[in-house]
Ligand binder design. Structure first.
Ligand code: 6R9
Length: 650
């Protein structure tokens, strides 16, 4: 967010109480939540232990709710045995076998698939049996690089069923990014598709996969290819096998692999301050509990709800609020292959109308894009089925919040602004839709059992209103990440670097107001939030420097009307290279090839040098001001080469 936006957020004082009808129909009452909070306060581990017993089907009960003897490596539900896919599927078959688990629409909007829980079960089991036949077993890593099709969820659930650890790589990532993730996870199997259409454009997943594998992924034994998009692809007979062949002749029953609650369910890579993405490792038992509780608390789920989370399964939101949470609680959900603006900016609203969506969860960047398209578009659709709206991914500016409330929710739907992260596994700070009075732009208060607060530099709790500090969580919670894949030291160094082994540092700064509502101010590290997706500036810099003409690069974020933040790159060329016509475009393309389109700089500025201190540090604060088009008010006396500022201003 720009400083203007932050200011407007912090001056915000409108409040909105839940509609009476919503309060009256809430599954849980204020008294229920008071009791939950009191129990969590009195016995934190016992609180989560009670919920785990009540909400999860255990094959073997656990003995201890929390083992915190080796902080920050916490263990939850010690001694238990469970299977996540059993909890998401099998336990619904007794009374919900014919209930729809998924209503899927393709990109073009001319195909709808309706999948019951029974069909979901059968497809997951067949694929799980197929994976076993390919030699995949407990603990093996499987990378999934797929479009938003039901098979992506089947693949994730099939891994969970046999105890294999999946790592989903977003289909918009480049082959280089895919290769790095495969190699870091040392994955045995890759699951992909020929490709698909997204917003009418072809995404050639298989050819990207081939490029990644041909460039060297020694751990990969086989690659499963779903023939979905009708693309012309070449199959390598030694390596590639079609999805249809994997499931051919496989039984529709597959005994789940009962695992320890700490058994890794998945790895999901996310950007950090250094160049190399981190493999965030999640557990089975604790993660599942977080997914279930937050789905129930935040989305107030009723048996007849039609729930739609618009995220891609390549991100954590698609893991927790498509693949695992909604399935574990047995709600009917929409799954969508395409994008909000295709074939036009009415696509979401048309789908809400056609499928009678009641709960709608999306990202501020999508809201801003659709808001820009004008109020006339949503007016063409009947949105009266909606009763609850949600947002996630970045701070939402009050203008976009109000538009969402008025134009989409018709002043009738609470908005849950949910703060959480890949690392937290599930929602941490969020309104309770039937209880919390909302303020546009605030994620309000922590959920029961979540000890989120704010610390100053010295590790003292910031109790004064409107004073910023580190957003921290001072007690372990079940769905927290367990480590960085293969790198316990990095886990410690990234999340527990300042206030000891029991205080998780989220990497965001935040402040509270007089009502103890949280306001997220932004990242404290070099992470840019582009359209709700985290990108490390170092990753983009490394990609730029990998280009033959580039000697040095610095990357900063700057405010963008729709994307929230966008990337500006400052580049110094190697001797012998000149700033020729089209070089900036070539560099933008180069970053896209290296990392994917999300990381493409909005602008590349080429100069003779970067502003550095005399000790050689790049002065990023200055670059940020330049990117924002602000006057430079910072002290430039330590700057070694002040003249280049004029060049960088472009
Ligand atoms: C779930 C997800 C996490 C980062 C997080 C923060 C930002 C997410 C937010 C929000 C303000 C919200 N963020 N939700 N900021 N209000 N409701 O997005 O995970 O991709 O790991 O990003 O996103 O900066 O630290 P992830």
């Amino acid at each position: 967010m720009s400083s203007n936006q932050i200011e407007s957020v912090l001056k915000e004082n409108r409040t909105f109480a839940p509609p009476q009808k919503f309060i009256d129909n809430s599954v849980l009452s204020q008294a229920d939540f008071d009791a939950l909070n009191a129990r969590a306060e009195e016995d934190h581990a016992g609180f989560w232990g009670d919920l785990a017993r009540a909400e999860i089907d255990w094959q073997q009960d656990f003995e201890q709710a929390l083992d915190d003897s080796n902080a920050p490596f916490f263990k939850w539900f010690v001694g238990g045995k469970l299977n996540v896919s059993h909890n998401c599927i099998d336990r619904h078959l007794a009374d919900k076998a014919d209930k729809l688990a998924f209503i899927w629409e393709n990109d073009a909007g001319d195909e709808v698939r309706r999948i019951t829980f029974q069909e979901f079960h059968d497809e997951v089991c067949r694929f799980a049996n197929g994976l076993k036949a390919l030699g995949v077993g407990k603990g093996d890593r499987v990378v999934i690089y797929m479009p938003m099709v039901p098979e992506a969820v089947y693949a994730m659930q099939a891994c969970a069923r046999i105890g294999a650890i999946h790592s989903v790589v977003f289909g918009g990532f480049s082959s280089e990014a895919l290769r790095d993730r495969i190699n870091d996870a040392e994955a045995k199997l890759l699951i992909t598709a020929d490709g698909n259409l997204r917003g009418g454009k072809e995404v050639p997943l298989k050819s990207m996969t081939d490029k990644a594998l041909d460039a060297g992924c020694p751990s990969i034994e086989k690659s499963v290819v779903l023939l979905h998009g009708g693309l012309d692809v070449s199959m390598n007979p030694d390596r590639d096998i079609s999805w249809a062949d994997v499931v051919a002749g496989q039984a529709t029953e597959c005994e789940p692999e009962w695992v320890d609650p700490e058994h890794p369910l998945f790895i999901l890579y996310t950007s950090g301050s250094t160049g190399k993405p981190k493999g965030v490792q999640h557990s089975s038992g604790g993660y599942l509990l977080g997914a279930i509780m937050t789905n129930k608390w935040v989305f107030d789920l009723h048996a007849d709800d039609v729930y739609w989370c618009t995220a891609d399964v390549g991100w954590i939101t698609g893991h927790t609020y498509i693949c695992y949470g909604p399935t574990a609680v047995g709600v009917t959900q929409i799954m969508f292959e395409g994008v909000p603006t295709y074939p036009d900016a009415g696509r979401f609203w048309r789908m809400v109308q056609d499928h009678n969506v009641t709960i709608f969860y999306t990202a501020p960047t999508a809201i801003r894009a659709l808001m820009k398209a004008g109020d006339d578009i949503p007016k063409d659709y009947d949105l009266s089925s909606l009763r609850l709206l949600g947002t996630v991914g970045e701070p939402i500016n009050p203008e976009a919040w109000m538009w969402y409330r008025e134009t989409i929710g018709k002043n009738n739907c609470p908005i849950v602004d949910t703060w959480w992260q890949t690392e937290t596994g599930s929602i941490m700070i969020s309104p309770l839709p039937g209880q919390t009075t909302l303020k546009p732009g605030s994620c309000t208060r922590p959920l029961p059992g979540i000890a989120a607060t704010i610390y100053d530099e010295e590790g003292n709790e910031v109790t004064q209103p409107n004073v910023g500090g580190y957003l921290v969580v001072t007690k372990p919670w079940p769905s927290m990440l367990r480590t960085v894949w293969g790198d316990d030291q990095r886990f410690r160094d990234t999340y527990f670097f300042k206030f000891g082994d029991r205080v998780y540092i989220a990497g965001d700064s935040a402040q509270r107001d007089d009502d103890h509502y949280f306001w997220i101010l932004g990242r404290i590290d070099d992470v840019v939030n582009v359209s709700g997706h985290r990108l490390g500036t170092m990753e983009v810099e490394s990609a730029l420097v990998a280009h033959k003409a580039v000697a040095e690069a610095a990357v900063v974020g700057f405010p963008h009307e729709v994307k929230g933040e966008a990337i500006m790159a400052f580049v110094v060329l190697k001797t012998g290279y000149a700033d020729e016509e089209g070089l900036d475009q070539e560099l933008r393309k180069h970053v896209t090839e290296q990392l994917g389109a999300l990381a493409r700089p909005e602008e590349v500025r080429i100069a003779e040098g970067l502003p550095k201190t005399r000790s050689g540090k790049i002065m990023r604060r200055l670059l940020k001001s330049i990117a924002k088009g602000e006057d430079i008010t910072q002290d430039t006396s330590t700057l070694e080469n002040p003249a280049i500022l004029d060049q960088l201003r472009g």
